[in-house]
Design a protein around this ligand. Structure first.
Ligand code: HEC
Ligand code: HEC
Length: 411
């Protein structure tokens, strides 16, 4: 039984891991494109990935890497852009609300020319002070830019009149959301057992040995791109996606490491790629269904769209919290919310799962959506095959292509 669980687990976790990995790959490119490097998406993808690799191998404090840091001292450099995105989305603005753009269209983030950047610096300082000096009053909660700004540059400090009385019953509205009605909740074990049953039960799960998936990704820009994922055991994974300029991007994982290949050739995965994969594998630990389960506690009920869900929480590390939303009726996993603590604000990342369908006796989500404070990407799966024989050699790193060879365009 334990072995079966582990097997199943492994497959599904790897599957989801590969999707996350894949999305990261896309996001790196879309971020570079927005930063103004979209003359060559392939190049900027490779460069950004390499820069990130270099940075993350040792993740130094941002002031050692950037030129003009005055208040975010001590923030690991890998968290700088996610924190910037958090600030931008809290105010409902883009980077150039605070940062000057040069004539070439590129951001000049070290410049202090915009007054909004100076104000923002004061605001960062204020938020750090609020949280530092009011821990007792806040009872574990954090004040962030969003607490006040709510997607606007000018926070509202008065309620809008007339006050919406309908929402206030005698003594105030009953609390809804996480934490409510704790008395009537099932245990974590019951919720997880129901999930295993819902996705097909242990015997069906144990039969799945390989998975091949095809579908399309769609980012917020609406551009669709076909992708393909092949999985065999937790250690063997191949993802490929059409590159916008022709050719394909692939990523592979095998027991001796990982690699990436773009139209310009192949290279070994950087330390940060591998770290990312591990992090994502961890993020999807519950899908692995292996025993022992990570320690999970039931934190309440909440809504996911129009569904009622039980919420389980696990804390894999001091700086990371995961919330799992299981459909109260069907038992299926609807959402995973990962919250990473940083010195300024907790950063949310969310996976939504939907359109569960039968694949050889197990239920797999055919819709996955990844969202963070910057972006959202949906994967729609059109075809899944299980137990197709897959040769291990496809997971090995391809020989480095000669740099000058033009990539044939895709059909
Ligand atoms: C609400 C204002 C605001 C927004 C929006 C914003 N930033 Fe910043 N950014 C700042 C402030 C303030 C600093 C300086 C922090 C400090 O002094 O410690 C900074 C610093 C930076 C730095 C370091 C610059 C250096 O050389 O010291 C980079 C890089 C950066 N931001 C990128 C971005 C990007 C990319 C975006 C959009 C995703 C963005 N920022 C959005 C306010 C903002
Ligand atoms: C405690 C509430 C609060 C928090 C938290 C907060 N702000 Fe503000 N912020 C304000 C208020 C109030 C103003 C003034 C708005 C106005 O001019 O009406 C403001 C103004 C600003 C402005 C200037 C807007 C403009 O157009 O002039 C920026 C930029 C800004 N905040 C950034 C941030 C950032 C970034 C964070 C998080 C690091 C943050 N704020 C957190 C309350 C807050």
């Amino acid at each position: 039984m334990t072995l079966q669980r582990i097997k199943l687990s492994v497959l599904i976790a790897t599957l989801v891991l590969s999707l996350g990995f894949f999305i990261t790959n896309m996001k790196i490119r879309s971020a570079s494109a927005r930063a103004g490097n979209n003359h060559d998406a392939a190049l900027s993808f490779e460069m950004t990935a390499m820069q990130q690799g270099a940075q993350q191998q040792a993740d130094p404090p941002v002031e050692q890497v950037q030129k003009n840091i005055k208040v975010l001292n001590g923030l690991p450099v890998s968290q700088l852009i996610p924190v910037m995105n958090f600030m931008a989305s809290s105010l409902g603005v883009r980077c150039d609300y605070c940062h000057v753009r040069g004539q070439d269209g590129h951001l000049q983030p070290d410049s202090d020319a915009k007054p909004t950047k100076q104000t923002a610096r004061g605001m960062i300082q204020m938020v750090l002070n609020i949280n530092r000096t009011n821990a007792a009053a806040l009872q574990g909660a954090t004040v962030t830019c969003y607490t006040c700004h709510r997607g606007q540059t000018a926070p509202q400090n008065l309620p809008t009149l007339p006050i919406a009385t309908a929402t206030r019953g005698p003594g105030g509205a009953a609390p809804v959301g996480v934490g409510a009605a704790a008395a009537a909740l099932p245990t974590a074990e019951q919720i997880l057992e129901k999930y295993i049953t819902a996705i097909g039960g242990r015997p069906a799960i144990a039969k799945v040995q390989t998975i091949l998936m095809k579908g399309t990704t769609e980012g917020q820009g609406g551009r669709q791109m076909p992708f393909e994922i092949t999985l065999k055991s937790p250690e063997n994974l191949l993802t490929s996606m059409a590159a916008p300029q022709g050719g394909t991007f692939s990523r592979g994982l095998n027991p001796s490491g990982g690699w990436m290949r773009g139209p310009r050739g192949a290279r070994a995965a950087s330390a940060s790629d591998l770290v990312q994969m591990k992090r994502q594998a961890q993020a999807f630990w519950v899908l692995k269904l292996s025993e022992p389960f990570p320690k999970m506690t039931v934190v309440g009920r909440d809504r996911v769209g129009d569904r009622d869900a039980f919420v389980l929480e696990s804390t894999p590390s001091e700086n990371m919290k995961q919330l799992f939303y299981f459909d109260a009726e069907t038992g299926l996993l609807l959402r995973e919310l990962i919250i990473t603590k940083t010195m300024l604000a907790p950063l949310p990342e969310q996976f939504d799962f939907g359109d569960y369908r039968d694949v050889d006796g197990v239920k797999l989500p055919f819709m996955l959506r990844y969202s963070n404070v910057d972006d959202s990407t949906q994967l729609s799966i059109t075809e899944v095959k299980s137990n197709v024989p897959v040769d291990d050699s496809i997971f090995k790193m391809p020989p480095p292509a000669p740099a000058a060879t033009p990539t044939p365009s895709r059909p």
